[in-house]
Design a binder for this molecule. Sequence first.
Ligand SMILES: [Zn+2]
Length: 1006
Amino acid sequence: MPRKSFLGLILLFIIALATSGIALADGETPPARDAKQPIDEAYTAKIRKYTTAPYFSSPLVDYLPASKTVPTPEAVLGDVAGAPGILPYAEDVYKYMRLLEKATPRVKVVSIGTTEEGREMIAVAVSSEANLKNLEQNRQRLAKLADPRTIHLDDTEADKLVAESVPVYYITGTIHSPETGAPTALMELAYRLAVDESPYIREIRDGVITLITPVVEVDGRDRMVDLYKWHLAHPKDFYPPLIYWGKYVAHDNNRDAMGMTLKLTQNVLNTFLNWNAQVLHDLHESVPYLYDNTVGDGPYNAWVDPILVDEWQMIGARNVADMTRFGMPGVFTHGDFDTWSPGYLMFLGAMHNGISRLYETFGNGGADTRERTLQPDEYARTWFKPNPPFPKALWSQRNNNNYEETGLLTSLHYFNENKRLFLKNFYLKGKRSIQKPSAEGPAAYVLPADDPRASVQADLLRIMFKQHVEISRATSAFQVALPVKKEKKSAKPADADEKPKPAAPTSRDFPAGSYVIRMDQPYSRVADALLDYQYWSPEDPQTTPYDDTGWTLGEFFGVQVARVTDSKVLSVPMERVTELRPFGGVKGDGAIFAIDNHAEPALASLRYRLKDATIDAAEESFDASGHKFSRGTFLIHGVSRSDLDAAAKALGLQVVALTAVPGVKSHPVRAPRIAYVHTWISTQSEGWWRLAFDNLQIPYDYMSTQALAKIPDLNAKYDVILFPPVTGNANSNLIVQGTPTSWGNPLPWMNTPETPNLVGKNDSTPDMRPGLGWDGLAMLQSFVRNGGVLLTALDTSQFAINTGMANGVSFTNSEKMKIVGSIVGTRLVDAASPIAYGYDEKVSAYCDNGPIFSVTNIIGSRRRHLGPTMTSRPTGRGTKDDPDFVVGRPASEIPDEPEKELWEAPQPTDEQRFNNPRVIPPASRARVILRYADSKDLLISGLVENGSDIAQRPAVLDVPSGTGHVVLFSINPVYRGETENTYSLVLNTLLNFDSLNVGRKDADQK
Ligand SMILES: [Zn+2]
């Protein structure tokens, strides 16, 4: 075919031009092909064809070396990587990787686990034949560097290992399913690394093991490919948005690196650590054209080793430099992203002594070639972006693949050139983690054996296990010295009235069996980062935190975590714990069983598990069999001791058998029938709730707002309708009306021949557009009026208020308040409410600029004064506290203003009550269960700025409506698998759905 070879000649010429333009430093390997190795001309021609302009490519990727034995991606794709119209399923990507494995000894494929829906995840190792042959020996060497205790922190021994070891660079693709380019880029990258004989690539192959997980979110990938195929089959129609990615969460799958709740996070971390990899490089697509956000912007996470920060800067700067020299526009490494939160997948690397990296490249959300128009801030030239992207450009998936591969290849090459440095750093970061107790501290974290919330403590420890943190248990009681806090010197002289503060304790005792997380271990860093407190200054130059600012897991779980600086703790006798033994079960004798209530979510699991048992909740605290039981204690009968014992063991609950029924008022705890409602707007936030419910094995009917609207008698089928938050601020109108149906086409979320994977274990609809609808809203309202319970949070609470379902409650959002994913203090207002069972007065909760609730006792009124509030007496006779007079008439009695807190509704005045049908009768008034703490106590962890706007306001409200209830949350009680402390506020509402009025105060009744 003369035409083809003519084209090939031109290509060679162009390539020669492209590479000859780059000046090389002394000894530098040219980033160019090996002239002696033939290229795959047809493939190369297509690369050129699909690249929309020559400067969107590089001399590393604008050709493909030919091989007689190794198949190119075309073998599976039917076209080249990045070709328009082609997105492979994960299965096809795996098929290709396994073809490579069969064709060359330079590729090895391993299975690394499965997803929630049972799909396989893989890792592909590409390196020289010799390196892959010696994998195990190399792994053992790297393992010693990863745990310097094995070589007694001996630097000389480390140097020897560094000299002999081949480092591992781990690349992960398409965790975010609409970011579609990585799998084809990584297929082609694997081919190049295995086949290309150019010195540049050969050096990488001989010097580094490149490990690739081409698809991280496998469930979401297959759905995304389905949607793209649907789009190709219906090119003129709108195609459905990707409402579900994984089984549970969407974009937040990249926020799971703390809670480790998702399989993909666990599988990637296990792989990273099993291979003792040095780098974890995660590929994303959202920013033109390649933003290596590794360097990003401050503030940096306070727990990472400064050595890592230097590594970010070295690799990032070189990455930009290399690609800039290739003439590729729009490559930069500073920009909008702070490196504070350790929730991102890549941060597993940062927290485990490796190097975390993240690319944002420019994807088209599919494989169409499109004209892309950027925002001014995207194409603006700045100090960190001297070569910005074009305001407008024709953009293809191939361009995206070119950028991804070029970035990775230059990174790999630079990493290889400096691998001794990076391997030594890997060792040093591990060594410094082990030396933490004698360096910055602390010495250990201790979780006391007598924590009343044992099952929650166990869940927190299980996260530590998933993070590969070593846990020990003290075999005897011990004492540690507490750090002496420096007293702040008061500016004013001490007030004579001020009581002298009691002396701070100087030591703390822990019982035998307490858990000790020693900081002299290689992964102490991650334990420290997750258990410590965070402080983000309101004065920080970074005014837009990228994600959560606080995450202290002890607070989020509501369990005691002591940060111990006394290094004596390390010599306490202790044994390593490799699994958490069951510690629940029945103790004592008797036929009635009691479980003290400490707001453990496992109580709800128990209720559902023991379907036939009778369970009552004590409405007051009581003493029995030498135990003090708190309000909400479960009283159980009608179940055999052995069944209860087995269930309690499995759930980690401690049961006390009593000889007699305690004489305390109680009510039945029933397992409600739950309708769990989602929208077709977003499933992101509700996904975390669903995951928590599934883990607790609490059954529910999962349905959309559309489906709810079609159920004729909701009360006949359900006791509780759970409407978790939609996302950010899905407004009420959108929830009711949905997406317009008066134009456009139906957006089906169904399995069809083009979309066989769309409906996983979730929901389906022929058209995603309709919302709850006005009829559905009316049915929801009548469900509540007729005795049902509707539980809402954040935007769904706003929806309940806006649609008149929460009489006497209004909300505002503050412009100046900044609580960005922080842990805040809340206080119990009404401990007698069943919603509060098991909680102490202070409750730590997750808040992200939650709605600011106000309650009133008059419908349609807001608690607002006209004019300034009078806070002191007016000018007149007498001293400050004397009554004033008016000359020439009797003294008038000033009526007492009832004292009222900010979270309470003002009592209607006589004037307001007069002939006013809008005054809410006491029994129908909102009941404040939990309020935000006072301003000074609001911040527990993270950022709180202008918190006075929400301080003392209601955080959880129980609003009667007809014979039912609407329960509103301003905090998010169920979030990212991290907030177990507040789960029971939701679960208590469920279990006491028909007794929520228990304990309403007399004061409310008048
Ligand atoms: Zn992303």
